[in-house]
Design a protein around this ligand. Sequence first.
Ligand SMILES: *Cc1c(COP(=O)(O)O)cnc(C)c1O
Length: 384
Amino acid sequence: MKKYIYLDHAATTPVSPAVLEVMLPFFSEYSGNASAVYAAGREARKAVEKARKQVAAAIGAEPREILFTSGGSESDNLALKGTAFALKDRGTHIITTAIEHPAVLNTCRWLEKQGFEVTYVQPDSRGWISPEKVMSAVRNNTVLISVMTANNEIGTIEPVAEIGRSAHEKGILFHTDAVQAVGSIPVSVNEWNADLLSLSAHKFYGPKGIGALFIRRGTRIDNLIHGGEQERGLRAGTENVPCIAGLGKAIEEAVNHMDENARKAASLRDRLADGILRNIPGVSINGPEENRLPNNCSMRFERIDGEALLLRLDLAGIAASSGSACTSGSQEISHVLRAVGLTEEEARSSLRLTTGPDNTEAEIDTAVQTISDIVKDLRSLYHG
Ligand SMILES: *Cc1c(COP(=O)(O)O)cnc(C)c1O
């Protein structure tokens, strides 16, 4: 029996049983160093190279274009800092958007302190980034465009194929943070003309602390982590073999079951959203009606403090999120909700619910009832 109803799949997901099974031997029987010459090391090396093939196949890349990292944040950091410094002699201007994950946004702010220039393109009210707007920000010293594949707070799917094509025509590198996309929508580095693409295992039923960066062959990029010659000299440190093997299995499963999982998550999400809208007055949806991740439901509740709602939901056994997991807990207002034009109060009254194929209809119905009761209670408490 699950102890709570988990509606925060955009923040993280549990490791699936099949993934765990693949990982376990690499903590014990095959715990050799993947760079060693003895048998246990060779088994570890084999697992790492198998996972590299699995990740490459899932996104339409070649295995040698896949670099293992500690997760989405490191992949984003490496993509941005690594290319910015490697291409400094060509130009110092970067284009990104105002609704990126903090792993991209705060990296860009740091790069600005190092003397790089960054343009932050604003989205429309649905969180959609216009390719024309991106391209009109291009200067003759622009070296990199970074636009996320799909937004983690309001689920907007961005026109990355169009942006990638235009960047390619101008000879500008294109990076996309696809952390929310893998396992939810088809991902193709070639159709999108992506030169760099970030992904993270724990968002698709793999382990935490492992991810990958796709780096197109021939792309100039500097190291973040210096030391040994692992990952073809691009990232030093003994390979995290259990997690790398787990990432490989998780991405294979995510892609194999994508249609079925996405359909299930979307149908549960719709049941949840419809139920809430039917039961509670003064509720609005944040984000787009179309071009939206199948599992994402972001809504705002008039006259409700999102943080209070979240705490009451936790007491009632429902795990959800205010804006994004990365900003909740701090008192900061979601930069995404502000960028799509919500007032401070509207942003503060927002709740993000993200479903997964492991949720049940019964859980969704309980969640709808519980949210309705709590909202009613909070409104009567604070407003008489
Ligand atoms: C979760 C997330 C990240 C960070 O990934 P970690 O593996 O947790 O470091 C980056 N970008 C997006 C869009 C995310 O949702």
